[in-house]
Design a protein around this ligand. Structure first.
Ligand code: EPZ
Length: 427
C-alpha cells in the first residue's frame, strides 16, 4: 500500500488569499438526504473530498444514479433506488453513512444499515438517533454483534422528541425521517450548527416543511412526498477556522474568501483575544475574513461547546496554535471523551502539554515548536499537526494523511498558494 505523507518546511508566514470549499458536514448529510426525493437533485459547491466520493459509491450500490463529473456539481437520481440494505464495507467505513437510516426509513419505511464502530475521538453512540426513529413509530433493532441496525415502520407518525444530548447527527437523522412522516414533529434540545440549518434548507427546497432549524426547537410538518431540486451547500465553517488559525500560527496575513462570518464568531473572538486581528469584509461578491498576526499569541482559555460555542472540530488546530503562546493556555473539551490524541504528537515537537481527566489540557507555551515526524490519528488531529508543522522551525513530516484527505479539499495546493512549503510525498 502506497505510503503518503506531507513534508512541511516550517517558519514561513502564510500570506495571500484562499477560497473556502463547500462544507463537508453539510455535504455528507445532504447527499444521503437527496434520496428522499425519489427524483433528481443537483447539488453544487460539493468539496472534492474522500467522504463525498465514498457516499457516491454507497448510493450507487443502492441503485441510485450519481453523476459527479463536472466541477463541484453532483446529480443524484434516486428514481432507480431499489435496495434499502446498505451493508457494504464502504458504508461501515464512514460515520455519516448513518444518515441513510433517516433517509431510507423516511422514504421506504424500512432500512438495514451497517454502522461504523466508535472511532478514536470517542465511542460515538447512536442511541439518540434510534430514540428518534422509535418515537416516530419505527421498530428498530441494533445487532451489536454485526454492527448492523434494522428499522421498519408500518407508518411513520409525527411526534414530540426531546434529545437527551445535543447531537448534530441525531438532529439531522431524525429530521430526515420526520419530514415524510404523517403529521407534525417537534424536535427539542437540538443541535444548531450551520450544517443542520443547511440540511433543513435543502429539505425545504425539496418541498418539506422544516421550521426553526438553528434554534432550540425544530418543527416539521410531514409531507407524503418530496421532489427533486437544485441546491448549493454552504462554505465549510471548519475549513475556514483551520485557515484562520493557520494564518495566526504563522504570524501571517491571509484573506479567506467564500465564508459566512456569523458562523465564525467563536473562532474570531478567540483569535482576537489571543492578539490576532480579524477583519470582516465583502468584496462585492464574497464575504471574506482577513486574519493578521504579528506576535506570539497571548495565552487564552478555550472550552468546546455545541454551536454557537467554540467548535470541537477546531479544538485540535487551536491547541497547535497555542503551543507557542506567551504563557499557559487551557483547553477544555466537553463534546467528545477522547479528543486529545494529537497531544502526544505535539509533544514530539517540543510542546509542553499536561492533561487532566482527559478533557482538560494545560498548554505551556514555548517560543517555537521544532520539526519532527508526527502521525495523524483522525481528521482534525491531522489538521492540528499541519498547523504545527507550518509554524514550527525546521522540517515536519505529517504521516497518515489519508485522514486529512477525508475532509480537506486540495489542502496542500491551497497552503502552497499562501506561501507554505508543503509537499505531498509518497513511497
Ligand atoms: C458531527 O458528528 C460531526 N460529523 C463531527 O465532525 C463533529 O465533531 C460533531 O458533529 C460535533 O459537532 C459530521 O457531521 C459528519 P454529535 P456527530 O452527535 O453527529 C454524543 C469532523 O471532524 N452522542 O453531535 O457524530 C456523542 O458521543 C467530525 O468533521 C450520544 O451520546 O456528533 C458526542 O459526545 C468529527 N448519542 C456528542 O453527543 C447519540 O446518539 C456530540 O456528538 C449521538 C451523539
Amino acid at each position: 500500500m502506497l505510503k503518503e505523507w506531507y513534508e512541511i518546511k516550517g517558519g514561513h508566514r502564510l500570506e495571500g488569499t484562499v477560497t473556502i470549499s463547500g462544507a463537508k458536514n453539510a455535504a455528507v448529510a445532504i447527499i444521503p438526504a437527496a434520496v428522499l426525493a425519489g427524483e433528481t437533485c443537483v447539488l453544487e459547491n460539493l468539496p472534492h473530498i474522500q467522504d463525498v466520493q465514498c457516499l457516491k459509491e454507497i448510493l450507487e450500490e443502492l441503485g441510485v444514479t450519481v453523476d459527479y463529473t463536472d466541477g463541484d456539481c453532483m446529480r443524484i437520481d434516486s428514481r432507480t433506488l431499489t435496495n434499502t440494505k446498505a451493508l457494504s464495507e464502504a458504508v461501515s467505513s464512514m460515520r455519516a453513512s448513518y444518515y441513510l437510516l433517516g433517509a431510507l426509513l423516511g422514504r421506504f419505511h424500512e432500512v438495514e444499515l451497517a454502522l461504523p464502530g466508535g472511532c478514536v475521538i470517542g465511542a460515538r453512540p447512536i442511541d439518540q438517533h434510534l430514540k428518534g426513529m422509535r418515537a416516530l413509530g419505527a421498530h428498530v433493532e441494533l445487532d451489536c454483534e454485526r454492527n448492523i441496525v434494522r428499522a421498519k415502520a408500518e407508518r411513520l407518525i409525527g411526534a414530540e422528541i426531546y434529545f437527551d444530548v445535543v447531537s448534530v447527527g441525531a438532529t439531522i437523522n431524525v429530521m430526515l425521517a420526520a419530514c415524510m412522516a404523517e403529521g407534525n414533529t417537534v424536535l427539542c434540545n437540538v443541535a444548531k450548527e450551520p450544517h443542520v440549518v443547511d440540511v433543513a434548507n435543502f429539505l425545504n427546497m425539496m418541498g418539506a416543511s422544516v421550521k426553526g432549524a438553528g434554534t432550540d426547537m425544530i418543527r416539521i410538518s410531514g409531507r407524503p412526498r418530496l421532489h427533486g431540486c437544485g441546491y448549493a451547500i454552504i462554505p465549510d465553517q471548519i475549513e475556514t477556522g483551520t485557515f484562520m488559525i493557520a494564518s495566526a500560527a504563522t504570524m501571517g496575513d491571509v484573506i479567506i474568501k467564500n465564508v459566512i462570518p456569523t458562523h465564525m464568531e467563536a473562532i474570531s473572538a478567540k483569535l482576537m483575544e489571543s492578539g490576532a486581528r480579524v477583519i470582516e469584509g465583502d468584496d462585492g461578491r464574497d464575504f471574506y475574513l482577513r486574519v493578521i498576526m504579528n506576535e506570539r499569541p497571548r495565552p487564552i482559555n478555550v472550552k468546546t461547546l455545541p454551536y454557537p460555542g467554540f467548535p470541537t472540530d477546531l479544538q485540535q488546530p487551536m491547541m497547535a496554535y497555542l503551543c507557542a503562546a506567551a504563557g499557559v493556555a487551557t483547553i477544555n473539551e466537553t463534546i467528545f471523551e477522547n479528543r486529545f490524541n494529537h497531544v502526544k504528537e505535539l509533544r514530539r515537537m517540543g510542546a509542553s502539554i499536561s492533561l487532566k481527566d482527559n478533557n482538560t489540557a494545560k498548554v505551556k507555551g514555548i517560543p517555537a515548536l521544532r520539526g519532527a515526524d508526527i502521525y495523524a490519528t483522525d481528521l482534525r488531529a491531522g489538521a492540528s499537526l499541519i498547523v504545527a508543522g507550518l509554524a514550527a522551525s525546521g522540517t515536519t513530516n505529517v504521516h497518515n494523511i489519508h485522514f486529512i484527505d477525508r475532509g480537506y479539499e486540495y489542502l496542500d495546493k491551497k497552503l502552497t498558494g499562501l506561501g507554505a512549503q508543503i509537499l505531498r510525498k509518497e513511497k
